[in-house]
Design a protein around this ligand. Structure first.
Ligand code: ARG
Length: 219
């Protein structure tokens, strides 16, 4: 077996620096996806039909086409249409955030529908305005129930973020690949990248469990 981890040891800090890049993209995209996801889910349950159609069309398009294609359209394609320069990093956050919003909106919609009808009926009977009812009564309960599904989405986002390599973002994946090409040894750096992604996912899983337990404490 031809394995030599010592040869990539000097490149270890270089690969590890990719963790910050990956984390930043995932965190910002997750936030964007979550906020947009809430808005889309409210559109979907709205009595104004047009809003529902728009949100459904959005989900259909972003869920129905490959994420790597959306990423490339935003990075390589959109500058041609809008005449701007877009940083790979910004394109990555946009593509992942917009894509994730489609999935998150469905998760939140299901969570809202699962909250007992009596909750909104009671709120309305007490004269609580719609905005307040949603923000203070329905959404907090929905969020508690959908936490595992949301965690799943953030895990997917973390792993899928590796495709930013295709537009030149210096994330974990790209750095590992570069070190491989530089040293003519791919197995060791790629194995290390795999280990880093795995540890990130495990950390997210544990974090999710802790938050879930804390949220259930009041039950
Ligand atoms: N590889 C899938 C695609 O290209 C991943 C989609 C992203 N999934 C997600 N839950 N955000 O469509």
């Amino acid at each position: 077996m031809n394995l030599d981890f010592t040869s990539i040891l000097p490149s270890l800090p270089y690969i590890l620096r990719g963790i910050g890049v990956t984390l930043q993209i995932v965190a910002l995209a997750g936030l964007l996806g979550f906020l947009l996801g809430i808005i889309l889910s409210l559109f979907k349950i709205s009595s104004i039909k047009v809003l529902g159609w728009l949100a459904d069309a959005y989900t259909s398009i972003f869920r129905g086409t490959p994420l790597v294609l959306q990423l490339m359209i935003i990075y390589f394609g959109s500058p041609q249409i809008f005449g701007y320069q877009i940083e790979p990093y910004v394109a990555a956050v946009l593509a992942f955030g917009l894509n994730s919003a489609a999935y998150i909106s469905e998760i939140i919609r299901a969570g809202i529908l699962a909250v007992d009808k009596g909750q909104s009926e009671a709120a309305m009977a007490l004269g609580v305005p719609y905005r307040k009812m949603m923000l203070n009564i329905i959404l907090p309960q929905a969020l508690k129930n959908i936490l595992p599904a949301l965690m799943n989405e953030f895990i997917t986002l973390t792993k899928e973020s590796a495709i930013v390599t295709t537009i030149g973002v210096m994330d974990i994946m790209r750095r590992a690949y570069q070190v491989g090409a530089d040293k003519f040894r791919f197995f060791e750096p790629l194995l290390l990248a795999g280990l880093i992604y795995y540890l990130m996912v495990i950390t997210l899983t544990i974090l999710g469990k802790v938050v879930e337990r804390r949220m259930r404490r009041g039950d």
